[in-house]
Design a protein around this ligand. Sequence first.
Ligand code: IPM
Ligand code: MG
Length: 368
Amino acid sequence: MKKSIVLLPGDGIGPEVTAAAANVLKECAREFHHQFDFQEHPVGGTAIDLTGTPLPNATIDACRKGDAVFLGAVGGPKWDSLPVGKRPESGLLALRQGMGLYVNVRPVKLLEPLRGMSPLKPERLGDLDLEIIRELAGGMYFGDRGHSTEAGKERSWDTESYSTPEIERIATFAFARAENRSHRLCSVDKANVLASSQLWRRTVTAMSAVYPNVKLEHMYVDNAAMQLTLKPSQFDVMLTTNMFGDILSDAAAALVGSIGLIPSASFGSGAPLFEPIHGSAPTLAGRDSANPIGSILSATMMLRDAFGLNLEADWVEQSVVRVLAGGYRTPDLVAAGAKRVGTAGFMEILHEEMQRTLEHAERYGWGV
Ligand code: IPM
Ligand code: MG
C-alpha cells in the first residue's frame, strides 16, 4: 500500500510524540511492505514563529493533498498573551475547519496493566471501554463571538449554536458507531437550559427511528460528568457537542490513568486527522518525559480507520500492552515498583516488543 502522510509536530512535546508515531508507522511500512511517504509542516506556535500565522497556506494545502494527517500538539506559554484568534490553538481549529472535519472520535479504554493507575476503586472502574463522539466543526468553538466596551465596562461573548444538518451528520456517525459496538448510544446535552441542546435532543431522538436496534439514552452534561466518575462502565458510545466533548474527554481520560494515553481520529469530507488528545505540556518538552502512547494509538487509528490495515494496528496495540505488562512506565504513570523510562526508552522497548510480537505471530498466529 502506498500512502502519503502529513506530519504536523507543532509545539511543546508535540515533536517528540509525533516522532514516536512516525517511528511506529515506519516500522509498519518496513515489516508489511507498504510505502508511507512523510512530509512535515509547521502548525501552531512554531508556525507563528516561522511565518507569522498558526496555519500557513502551505500547511493546509499539504494536508488537503495527503491521505492522512498526524498532529502532535499546539500551544505554549510563549504565545499565551496573543488574542484568541491569533493563538496557536486557532491554527488547530482552522485546520479542523479547513479540512472539513466534523467528527472527532475519542476512545477511552482501560489498558489492563494500568488498572491500578486509575483514581477510581477497581469496583467502580469495571471494564471501562467507551468512545466519545465529539462534534468538531460547530458549537461554541465556531459560533459568533465578540467584545465590547460600554460605560467603562468590558463584555465578551461566545455563542453556542447548532443547525439540524450539523446535528444530523454527527449523530449519523454516532448511531453507526453504536451499531458496530454494543448498540447503546448516550447523547449528552444541557437541554434543560440551552435552546441549542433542545434542538440537539429533538433531532437525535427523531433519528433514532432509523436505528431501531440502537438503544438511545439522553443525559445532561453535569450528570454525565458525575456518572463518568461514579460508574464509567455504564457508557459505550457517547455523542456530544464540541465544547462538552472537549471537557468530558479529559475527565474520561483521567479514569484510565493518564491523559497521555488517549488517541483521537477526526473525519469529514477529506483526509482524516489523527492526534493524541493531550496538549503540548510545555513543562515536559525536550525532557524525554512525554508519554508517547496516546500518539502511538492515534497512529494505530490511522492504520485501521484511514488505511484499513487492521493487522498492522493490532500488532502495534498488542505490543504497547505487552510493554506496559512488562512494567515499563513513562513518568506520568510511575507508581511503586514500576520501571521508569523516558520517551526514548519506551520507544526502544516497544521496538523490541514489536519484533518479538511479530515473530510470535508469524509462528503461532495473531490474536494473542
Ligand atoms: C483538544 C484540545 C483543543 C480543543 C485545543 C488545543 C484547541 O483541547 O483537542 O481537546 O479544545 O479542541
Ligand atoms: Mg481538550
